[in-house]
Each structure stands twice: as C-alpha cells, then as structure tokens.
Write a protein that binds this ligand. Structure first.
Ligand code: SF4
Ligand code: SF4
Length: 177
C-alpha cells in the first residue's frame, strides 16, 4: 500500500469513529451495570462458619487467615456429655493477594462464604486490603439472594430433614398451572 493511500485509509477510519457515539463509561460518574453474580468481594456469614479450615487449606494464594479456640458447652440434655465447639477468633482475607478464583466459596461445606458484586474497596494503604471478619460480614448485606427454586422440584433435603426433626410433615411442592 502506498504512503498516500495508507494515509487516506487512516483518515477515513479516524473520521468514521469521530462521528460515532462513545462507548466509554465515565466511571465513577456512571456506574457499570454488572451481572449480579460478579466476583467483586467475598462475604462471610460468620454464624455458618465451623472453623473447618477447608477454605484456608485450599486457597491457592494462602491469603485466608483463620484462628479459633475451643469452648465447652453444657450437655443438650441432663445426664448427657459436654460438647466442645470451635469459636472463631480471626477470619481475614487479604484481597491484595486474592486471585478471585472462588475456590474458597466452592469448597466451604456450610455456605459461609459468598460472592458479592461490590468492587469499590480500593485503598491507598495495601494493609487495608486485608478485611477482618467484621468487615467480611458487612459485605453479606450486598450479596444478591439466590435464584428461586424450580417450583416443580422436590423440596431440598435440608428442609425435609429440619421438618422431620421438628416433627412436621413437609407439604408437597406446588406445581405451576
Ligand atoms: S477467591 Fe481464591 S485466592 Fe481468593 S481467597 Fe478465595 S481461594 Fe483464595
Ligand atoms: S470452609 Fe467455610 S466453614 Fe470451613 S473455615 Fe472456611 S468459611 Fe468456615
């Protein structure tokens, strides 16, 4: 291609794009519309955590720090044995190391970790990117609700087990007309 022809082609591309509407989002004045399941930040539901350590062991970046102690609870019934349970003291995630792979959320057997689409937690000090358990718990408010169950599906076995333990019968699922 000759120099003159190449110049004309370049000018044509420039002029064509000059008349087009910009697709650039003017963040932070215009917030992006993200899918609800975006991987923004990890939220912790502390009540669900049994300190099983699976998430910390499987994290490929070693950026989950957990500490706990054992407490003894009185027996559930008179004459029973005392129960020992783990109490969570520390649960930190260092988001300066996190790869957002989601492994910790997938391996947690007790649904204690969830994705939140919130992403605005940049810091000027890298140490502030380590979120402690109270900050991770606060993110729970931003976790979208799970998708609705299929109306024709059998009730989840967890609900059936809970109903059985409470001595109630689970009503059959309502079918769509
Ligand atoms: S998302 Fe991946 S890298 Fe980040 S804390 Fe979880 S397991 Fe670790
Ligand atoms: S895998 Fe879940 S229950 Fe186990 S320590 Fe991690 S958050 Fe807690």
């Amino acid at each position: 291609m000759s120099f003159g022809r190449g110049l004309l082609t370049g000018l044509k591309v420039t002029l064509t794009n000059l008349t087009r509407r910009s697709v650039t989002a003017h963040y932070p004045d215009a917030l992006p519309e993200l899918p609800p399941r975006s991987r923004g930040v990890i939220a912790l539901m502390e009540e669900n955590c049994t300190v099983c350590m699976l998430c910390a062991r499987e994290c490929p970046a070693w950026c989950i720090y957990i500490d706990s102690h054992k407490e003894t609870a009185p027996p559930a019934a008179p004459g029973g044995r005392e129960r020992s349970r783990n109490m969570l003291d520390q649960f930190d995630i260092d988001f300066s190391l996190c790869m957002y792979c989601g492994i910790c959320i997938e391996v947690c057997p007790f649904d204690a970790l969830h994705w939140s689409p919130e992403f605005e937690y940049a810091e000027t000090d890298i140490h502030d990117l380590t979120h402690d358990k109270s900050r991770l718990q606060e993110w729970m408010w931003t976790v979208p609700p799970p998708p609705a169950l299929d109306a024709s599906a059998p009730p989840p076995k967890e609900i059936a087990n809970a109903e059985k333990a409470a001595g109630r019968q689970t009503p059959p699922p309502e079918r769509e007309q």
